[in-house]
Design a protein around this ligand. Sequence first.
Ligand code: PLP
Length: 395
Amino acid sequence: MTTAEIKAMATENIMNTYGERSLAFVRGEGAYLWDADGKKYLDFLGGLAVNGLGHCHPNVVAAVREQAGKLLHVSNLYYIEPQAELAKLLIDNCDLDKCFFCNSGAEANEAGIKLARKFTRDQGREAYEIITMDNSFHGRTMATITATAQPKYHKGFEPMVPGFTYVPYDDLPAVEAAISEKTCGILVETIQSEGGVNTPSTGYIQGLRDLCDEHSLVLILDEVQTAMGRLGPLFGYQSYGIIPDIITMAKSLGGGTPIGAMLAKEEVAASFVPGTHAATFGGNPLVTAAACATVKTILDEKLGENAVEVGDYLETKLLALKDRYPIKEVRGKGLLRGVVLSVDANALAAKCIENGLITICTNDYVLRFLPPLNITTAHVDEAISIVEKSLAETV
Ligand SMILES: Cc1ncc(COP(=O)(O)O)c(C=O)c1O
């Protein structure tokens, strides 16, 4: 089918939650995508942080092919070999002790919110409130849009779920002031990606850990975008020198297959007992086989280190454009980067796509990059020349 034919069929039959789209991709390889009309693009969005290994990585493709021929699904009424292997792989590479598998980032956060409340009740405290941050993004279920402190995501869906309190991001005194006898936890992103690539000051995440310790609160880090090496270490928290009680992840974990996970410290995880939480598809054989291949590849090929090296190169190249174009700053870490413009960045993002670079505008002024972790400096040079051409044509 051509792009026009796909678009017509989709528009007629799919709910309009994503608006009008101009592209339909039909093939991907590494950092490149091809649309239905045969045009090639450099992908610096990576399926919104999902394609950490790029498109159709041979290790993931081989794992999916092999598992698809053996066993696709059986349910969590039974032990699942690749699920057990994935859990061991994750636990062996972090400071948490137990995994719960689900299908998405929102579900991972739901699981984290439920576990924080249950654990707190099990400690004999009738506290249920969770503090979250302005401009956060935690998902689209009722609890996770409530946790997402952005009114535009609440509008039309009220009443919201009780038990969430909002404070500004990167503001420790505001968190301290919001803590009450009803508070059971803090839910925060290690970098706010959807909110504009807002990167916390040194000491912020450590300060949250201290507040949680002082007030017996559960620290939940939403690592849906930052886990799996995007900031350098396999998990984002590992660059902040603390250990959270719960971390949530999804996106790059499955190498392009839909999987989420919530990891917790042993004593917190013990509050989930049979009957308290479940997901039919959670950690099924297909997605956990793909995720095992993904995580092993990230570790074996030291892609976190590459993300830091190439990410710093990307930052340098973007900063070099600052003299000639209305660029205010470059934010982020590793291969989660945002260029903040002093003019609206929506037209620039559209122009980049027209010129063959897939990227996205976040919060109107931020051009955001989430490329695969295995890109090289040559990919960055190619992206920068498209960004520069697009800047020259739009601003
Ligand atoms: C930080 C963060 N948390 C949660 C989510 C929700 O993930 P999902 O769309 O897989 O439910 C997202 C999605 O962009 C995210 O960026």
